[in-house]
Design a protein around this ligand. Structure first.
Ligand code: SF4
Ligand code: SF4
Length: 242
């Protein structure tokens, strides 16, 4: 359900177009329906019951990068990105999720399947990536810029508790999937800085994906399960920061 306050916002759009030229999606696609203004007007018609949401509208909704540029530009204070997110959730019942997303979100919601698949991805995918031609692209990303999986997941490289001799504090560290599986250098740096500051670092091993990719696809109930799981783990009272 879209909150009433958000629904009301569509009437604040004065169609000034200030959001249009700053939208990176509009700059590429160059038609009104791809612009924030166009999407807001389509959403307004759908909410009023004058327009049946079509497959095309659903596709348009997912062209939005949720970058918030339009929201920042809007003189009427429309939270365009929030409207898009809410509409994605609203459309879930009618259009469902693509099978690729269903598989991915299933992996991201569990604790065991993702590490299993990434183990094979690391051992098979990383060597394969280095065999790809330098000039090729996957979508718009050059092969050379595709991220390699960490040689070992970050949380496997550290104990659950990294002690400090005279602790200046105690921190619970949520690594997130990107640091855990792709950008271990970020995690190493965070831990090194905290150690340097004399802070004890606790890295809960059973933390799960934050659920953001799931939430942004509109599957809010599934995302909520991940959020609840992490909240349980990170609600400890015996730490100074999380
Ligand atoms: S949030 Fe979406 S509609 Fe707004 S500027 Fe970014 S891509 Fe365009
Ligand atoms: S900037 Fe705001 S008011 Fe102007 S067209 Fe875009 S959404 Fe509507």
């Amino acid at each position: 359900m879209i909150p009433e306050s958000l629904k009301e916002e569509v009437y604040n759009c004065i169609k000034c177009g200030l959001c249009v030229n700053s939208c990176p999606v509009y700059k590429q696609l160059l038609f009104e329906g791809a612009s924030p203004r166009g999407k807001v007007q389509l959403i307004k018609k759908i909410l009023e019951g004058d327009l049946e949401p079509s497959e095309n509208f659903h596709l348009l909704l997912f062209t939005c990068l949720l970058c918030e540029t339009c929201t920042v530009q809007c003189p009427s204070g429309l939270k365009v990105d929030r409207l898009m997110k809410a509409m994605r959730a609203e459309m879930l019942e009618k259009f469902g999720l693509a099978w690729q997303k269903r598989v991915l979100f299933h992996l991201l919601s569990g604790r065991h399947l993702l590490p299993f698949f990434l183990f094979w991805g690391r051992n098979l995918g990383n060597p394969l990536l280095s065999l790809l031609p330098r000039k090729g692209r996957l979508g718009t990303i050059p092969y050379g810029k595709l991220p390699r999986l960490n040689p070992r997941p970050l949380r496997k490289q550290y104990p659950e508790k990294i002690p400090a001799s005279e602790p200046a504090g105690r921190v619970l560290y949520f690594t997130g999937c990107a640091t855990q599986y792709l950008f271990e250098n970020v995690g190493h740096s965070v831990i090194a800085v905290l150690k340097r500051l004399g802070v004890e670092v606790l890295i809960p091993p059973d933390q799960v994906c934050c659920g953001l990719p799931i939430f942004l696809s509109g599957a809010r109930k599934t995302a909520l399960q991940n959020m609840r799981k992490n909240l349980e783990i990170f609600s400890r009272e015996d730490v100074d920061a999380r």
